[in-house]
Design a protein around this ligand. Structure first.
Ligand code: IMP
Length: 198
């Protein structure tokens, strides 16, 4: 079976990728199996730059075709912040909870109709130094005033996708994995992987 390594230390992302790629004949390896690969600094100025950096670095260190994702939450009222800085929005040592709290604080008093946002994911697949593939997916919605639900991760409890009455954190994982930014980028990547020989 073909192998891909998911170039992230984030277990929540790995779980989502497992769901999204579950019906493909591909073994998904994780960095837990490669403890020598340390943290990779996400210091590029774009999601694409960070995704490419993570996948290239993990491919270089392991020799296994690597898939990385970089995601940002873009809030219109905040001129698309936090965007590429979403993971450290609340500063050094930020957690899912402190990031959510900061975002709610920054939107304090802003009415729902002005709280439009989108998640954007960029995926990079590096099967060789020359053969880079990039896909992108986004999901539009609004930022609620209070967190709702205990599933998902990150900003999921305050993100209500357009057309749905449940936040990402209130949905079954399968539903999030059909309509999310990451799912859309991954579905496109699945087609590329089907055609790819490596
Ligand atoms: P990164 O792609 O790991 O840099 O993630 C950026 C930030 O967005 C982190 O704080 C994640 O927790 C958050 N994040 C990434 N993907 C999702 C998602 O699917 N839902 C909610 N938050 C997410």
């Amino acid at each position: 079976m073909r192998q891909i390594i998911v170039a992230t230390h984030n277990r929540d992302k790995v779980n989502e990728f497992r769901g999204i790629f579950s019906d493909m004949e591909i073994a998904l390896l994780t960095l837990e199996q490669f403890p020598s690969v340390g943290a990779i600094e996400e210091d590029a100025s774009t999601l694409e730059g960070n995704a490419l950096k993570k996948a290239s670095e993990v491919f270089r260190l392991t020799g296994i075709p690597a898939l990385a994702d970089d995601t940002g939450l873009e809030v219109r009222y905040l001129n698309d912040a936090p965007g590429v800085f979403s993971s450290r929005y609340a500063g050094v040592g930020a957690t899912y909870e402190t990031n959510v709290r900061k975002l709610l604080r920054d939107l304090n008093g802003v009415p729902l109709r002005r709280r439009g946002a989108r998640f954007r994911s960029v995926l990079a697949f590096v099967p060789s130094p020359e053969g880079v593939e990039i896909t992108e997916g986004s999901c539009h919605g609004v930022i609620l005033e209070q967190p709702r639900g205990s599933g998902g991760f990150g900003y999921d409890p305050i993100f209500l996708p357009d057309g749905y009455s449940r936040t990402f954190a209130e949905m079954e994982p399968d539903l999030k994995n059909q309509l999310s930014h990451r799912a859309k980028a991954a579905f496109e990547m699945r087609e590329i992987l089907r055609r790819h020989s490596w």
